[in-house]
Ligand binder design. Structure first.
Ligand code: HEM
Length: 322
């Protein structure tokens, strides 16, 4: 009898632990396994055709996910449009006239709403689209944890404060990531995303005219001719963040840093005689090491404060609260 009692106690405890686990809001790669099995194919084919038309869109989608996750967690807040009564994050300094790829997200969302209405969040669409972009551009793959819900709010102020600017020092970068639960190691690995995509002259002008830790002929012959010195002139002219292979996800970003060919001041901070030099060096000689750390840092970034359970909502249109 006593034995029976203790067995049923153990079963009850296991059951309670199970309930606790399933209500604790853990994300799960199989979250849409039965509710929307089409999600993977829809995101993949849409991102593939977007990148086939414009290779830069892969970079733009990856950046959207970063700018989403760093502002109150990965909750789709960056996707919300401003209205006369609502201020979103799109006009924040790091986003304004800079973030792109919203039409691709809209396209994915409308296909997903047809296949499985009201089920898949915009925040999860960004997470999958980022992974697919990296894979299509020849980077590593990973299982994306899912089950995030979408915010009903956004924060212009947090977007301005929490996303690091390109003028950041190494210690500023480290503390902005620490504030999100990410280590300096994660920060360096995630920065490898700058192996794809473009930046505007306004964001690298100071670095190419005023910094001394940039290879002189790279600054003078490749960049200064396209980015005028005068503030306000040619601000939107673009240059690739990875001068070598701007549409391939590889470790050239780190090779560039080692040869002082970082485009942004903040990029070169990662290899400027400080504590992160050895990590940059190691990634510059091993794309395997970079890929492994990039994947684990992306998964960690994707875990930042998700809305789960009955928090938030599943938006019907990623640009608007329901
Ligand atoms: C370490 C701190 C970071 C800083 C200071 C930073 C800053 C910037 C800046 C200034 C640009 C160019 C924007 C423009 O000129 O319009 C840019 C582009 C980009 N960033 Fe970052 N970034 C950082 C980290 C990250 C992370 C963690 C990711 C993704 C995991 C990322 C992905 C990208 C991509 C892919 C682009 C190119 C986007 C495109 O071509 O549309 N960045 N970043």
């Amino acid at each position: 009898m006593a034995e029976h009692d203790s067995i049923s106690k153990v079963i009850t405890i296991l059951f309670l632990l199970f309930l606790l686990e399933s209500s604790s809001g853990q994300l799960d790669p199989n979250y849409y396994y039965s509710s929307c099995p089409q999600i993977s194919d829809i995101v993949k084919t849409t991102v593939e055709s977007a990148i086939a038309n414009d290779a830069r869109l892969g970079a733009s989608l990856l950046r959207l996910f970063f700018h989403d996750c760093f502002v109150n967690g990965c909750d789709g807040s960056i996707l919300l449009d401003d209205t006369p009564t609502f201020t979103g994050e799109k006009t924040a300094k790091p986003n304004n006239n800079s973030v792109r790829g919203f039409e691709v997200v809209d396209q994915i969302k409308s296909a997903v709403e047809k296949a499985c209405p009201g089920v898949v969040s915009c925040a999860d669409i960004l997470a999958i689209a980022s992974r697919d972009s990296v894979v299509i551009l020849k980077g590593p793959t990973w299982d994306v944890k899912l089950g995030r819900r979408d915010s009903k709010t956004a924060s212009l102020q947090n977007a301005n404060n929490d996303i690091p600017p390109p003028t950041s020092s190494l210690s500023n970068l480290t503390s902005k990531y620490a504030a999100k639960g990410l280590s300096a190691k994660d920060m360096v690995a995630l920065s490898g995303a700058h192996t794809i995509g473009q930046a505007r002259c306004t964001n690298f002008r100071d670095h190419i005219y005023n910094d001394t830790n940039i290879e002189a002929s790279f600054a003078r012959s490749s960049l200064q001719p396209i980015c005028p010195k005068l503030t306000g002139s040619g601000d939107n002219i673009l240059a690739p963040l990875d001068t070598h292979t701007p549409t391939t996800f590889d470790n050239y970003y780190f090779k560039n840093l080692v040869s002082k060919r970082g485009l942004l001041h903040s990029d070169q901070e990662l290899f400027n005689g400080g504590s992160t030099d050895s990590q940059v060096k190691s990634y510059s000689s091993s794309s395997t090491a970079f890929f492994a750390d990039f994947v684990s840092a992306m998964i960690k970034m994707g875990d930042i404060s998700p809305l789960t359970g009955s928090n938030g909502e599943i938006r019907k249109n990623c640009r608007k609260i329901n």
